[in-house]
Ligand binder design. Structure first.
Ligand code: CA
Length: 221
């Protein structure tokens, strides 16, 4: 899952990016509000981690502008302990959750998972589609009750397909969600991951929609 991190503090940004990567997120990191606006215009993100004190465009302003534009991406704001009014303003401006600095990286990852889950309309922490059961927190997958070993990318790909079951996702959309900026990506990377998923689950599970992309049907065939 691709996350946009907006944080001007180098140390904190480094830590958050590394921590979230360990939890299986792909993190694009920008250091000011204007760069964040540009990233949100061009990229597809499952969630945003937003610092409020930012150069060029303050986090609160950025958030208000995005919500005014109709952008519904889940946003978690990072605030200082003594700034209660910031948290209230942030939530009123359309933030979905907040964390007080300093925070635990595992908690940040767990809150992001919860936000993305709620945004996708799935209340249960586990995703269940067409006989596949995926547990994002435990990073485990079962197919028809049997455990399936997946690589990090395969897991991320399956999660995207399950979150969008019944909808076609293009290769580009999938590549955007699976890879961060500047990450090396082979032109056939998505095809290769799909191939592996079919081999490890069942060949008919991931459907190719010719010229468009891939889809996981809601029900087992
Ligand atoms: Ca800051």
């Amino acid at each position: 899952m691709r996350i946009l991190l907006v944080e001007d503090d180098q140390l904190l940004g480094d830590g958050v990016k590394a921590g979230l990567a360990q939890s299986g997120f792909n993190v694009d990191w920008v250091r000011d509000g204007v760069a964040a606006e540009l990233a949100l215009k061009t990229g597809e993100y499952a969630g945003v981690v937003l610092d409020l004190g930012l150069p060029r465009l303050a986090g609160m302003e950025l958030l208000a502008r995005q919500r005014a534009l109709g952008n519904k991406v889940p946003v978690l704001i990072l605030t200082a302990r003594d700034r209660v009014e910031d948290r209230i303003k942030g939530l009123d401006a359309g933030a979905d959750d907040y964390l007080i600095k300093p925070f635990d990286l595992h908690e940040l990852a767990a809150r992001l998972r919860a936000l993305v889950r709620r945004a996708s309309g799935a209340a249960a922490p586990r995703l269940q589609v067409a006989g596949i059961e995926l547990d994002p927190a435990a990073r485990s997958v079962r197919y028809r009750g049997q455990p399936v070993e997946l690589s990090l990318r395969e897991f991320a790909l399956l999660q995207e397909l399950m979150l969008n079951a019944g909808r076609v996702l293009s290769r580009e959309q999938l590549a955007q969600r699976l890879y961060a900026w500047g990450e090396e990506i082979e032109s056939n990377a998505i095809e290769v991951h799909v191939h592996h998923l079919r081999r490890k689950l069942a060949p008919e599970l991931v459907r190719t929609v010719r010229g468009v992309g891939y889809m996981l049907p809601r029900e087992a065939a």
